[in-house]
Ligand binder design. Structure first.
Ligand code: SF4
Length: 150
């Protein structure tokens, strides 16, 4: 599993401060993709267990959630890393362009965002979006948290 960047994200998971890992190798090639640099597999740096653990330890007490942007194409490694995060007290989230994911990954997630990018439908802040933001345990769709009230 390779990553392009690791950054703090404040809006992707409402109410949480997330450490966000952007993973390379997305095959979906959505038209208008905001991150085409993520398409090519094995670009960026290898996300070794040692680097991952170092980041988890560094942000413990500062961040509340670990967020993966992609990586579902490495289901076993992703599930393992999500479990590590949960064991350290983090909540977990995956942003995927797929509509469904591997059950082992799913069971280690607090939240899941599904659906490809379709510009004409808009993202999570659009009432016409194809994307869903779901609380996994209760299987509740929480898109309303992204809609701004005028
Ligand atoms: S799922 Fe995301 S990263 Fe992948 S092609 Fe679509 S918009 Fe780009």
């Amino acid at each position: 599993m390779y990553y392009h960047n690791i950054h703090m994200a404040l809006q992707e998971v409402p109410g949480e401060i997330s450490v966000c890992f952007s993973i390379s190798g997305c095959q979906l090639q959505c038209e208008g993709c905001h991150s085409p640099f993520l398409w090519k597999a094995k670009t960026g740096k290898k996300l070794t267990e040692a680097i991952y653990l170092e980041i988890l330890n560094k942000y413990k007490g500062l961040a509340t959630c670990v967020l993966f942007m992609g990586g579902e194409w490495h289901p076993e490694r992703l599930a393992y890393y999500l479990k590590m995060a949960r064991n350290k007290g983090y909540k977990t989230c995956l942003y995927t362009g797929e509509d469904a994911i591997n059950p082992t990954v799913l069971k280690n997630l607090t939240w899941l965002k599904t659906g490809s990018w379709q510009a004409e439908l808009g993202g999570l802040d659009s009432s016409t979006t194809n994307q869903k933001f779901i609380e996994v345990q209760s299987n509740t769709q929480l898109n309303h948290l992204f809609i701004k009230t005028p």
